[in-house]
Ligand binder design. Structure first.
Ligand SMILES: Cc1ncc(COP(=O)(O)O)c(C=O)c1O
Length: 381
């Protein structure tokens, strides 16, 4: 079907919530995508930090294909091995407690909100300016952006917003009625802003003082994206719970809310649930993603590749920020530049806001692809 036919179908039959680019992708391998005219692109967005180990990684394809041919779904009234195995591995890699599986990032946040409310009934939440946690009503209420929230008022009550990366204001906002502080260690949609270690530490201390939960949203910055498994790891503190999604499935829809042992049994039978969550096909895929990221030297390589990309963009005179392979640079008209990069230079990136171009390549990206991408940015500039 021609692109024009797809666009006609979209305008007739698809709810218009997305501003799609005029490209139809038909195939992917590693960092490379092909459109329906056979043009080759470098994908430095990875479905917004989802295609963590590259497009169609053979181990992921094999795990999913094999599981799909044996058993796709029975639901959470029964055991399947991929799901239990994944939970055990995430417990070991994460916070040592338990996982609740779901199907997306926003659902992981909903679970975290319910977990905190169950911990402290009637409790409130402290969230941060420029944060983004999702689009369902609870997650949206935690996402202090006027344009996204206003049309859907009234929101879920009980969310207090503190200024961006302000440790003092954050600590002052936490009290005996706070159920949780919910923040991204490295803010993603808000424009790639790593929070200061001092802010994360202040949040930890305030939560400890008042018996509130500290919840980190690792949906974009987790799963090896920053060169560590989790974005909080360098801050010398740990949260009580964290949300994971995006890269966990490597392209398949899965989310999880992970707890420490202390909070592992706060949610009780009947408190929460999801029909598809933790299904064997998706969990088999996530296990394959973990297999790759767990390989010796993989995360060190992510850090090195991130440094290479940041340096190459810096050499172009760009103002680069971020950590690992979670990077952004300032640009006058970022949406126009992203569009030009896509249509003229065949580099897939996106604009988070009017003046920020964001780069989130697969963690398996090669040095040569990094140099090539930087050259394409240079040419577009
Ligand atoms: C930090 C963060 N939290 C939550 C979400 C929501 O995830 P999803 O789109 O899978 O619902 C996103 C998505 O961009 C995100 O970046």
């Amino acid at each position: 079907m021609a692109l024009s036919a797809l666009q006609e179908l979209e305008s007739r039959a698809v709810v218009g919530t997305y501003a799609r680019n005029p490209v139809e992708f038909v195939r992917g391998e590693g960092t490379v995508l092909w459109d329906s005219d056979g043009h080759e692109y470098l994908d430095f967005l990875a479905g917004i930090s989802v295609v963590q180990i590259g497009h169609c990684h053979p181990a992921l394809v094999e795990a999913v294909t094999d599981q799909a041919a044996r058993l796709m779904h029975v639901g959470n009234l029964y055991y399947t091995e991929p799901s239990m195995r994944l939970a055990g591995r995430l417990s070991d890699l994460g916070l040592g407690g338990k996982a609740f599986f779901c199907n997306s990032g926003t659902e992981a946040i909903e679970c975290a909100i319910k977990l905190a409310r169950r911990h402290r009934p009637q409790g409130d939440f402290v969230v941060m300016a420029r944060g983004f946690h999702g689009r369902t009503m609870g997650a949206l209420s935690a996402t202090p952006q006027e344009a996204k929230q206003a049309p859907f008022a009234p929101l879920v009550p009980g969310f207090t917003v503190v200024p961006h990366d302000d440790a003092e204001a954050l600590a002052a906002a936490v009290d005996g009625n706070t159920a949780a502080v919910l923040i991204e260690p490295v803010q993603g949609e808000g424009g790639i802003h790593p929070l200061a270690d001092a802010t994360l530490a202040a949040a930890r201390q305030a939560c400890d003082e008042h018996g509130a939960m500290l919840i980190f949203d690792e949906i974009q910055c987790g799963m090896g994206r920053t060169g560590d498994w989790w974005g909080w790891q360098r801050a010398g503190i740990r949260p009580d719970a964290m949300t994971v999604a995006k890269g966990l499935g490597g392209g398949l829809p899965i989310g999880a809310c992970l707890t420490t042992p202390t909070y592992a049994d706060v949610l009780q039978p009947g408190d929460h649930g999801s029909t598809f969550a933790g299904g064997p096909v998706i969990a088999a895929g996530a296990n394959a993603v973990l297999d790759v990221i767990e390989q010796d030297g993989f995360l060190e390589a992510v850090a090195a590749k991130g440094a290479r990309l940041a340096a190459a963009l810096g050499d172009l005179g760009l103002d680069v920020r971020g950590r690992g392979l979670m990077l952004a640079f300032a640009a006058g008209d970022a949406p126009a530049l992203a569009r030009r990069l896509l249509t003229e230079h065949r580099l897939v990136v996106n604009a988070t806001g009017p003046d920020t171009v964001r780069l989130l390549p697969p963690l398996t990206v090669s040095d040569a692809e990094i140099d090539d991408a930087a050259a394409r940015v240079g040419a577009a500039l």
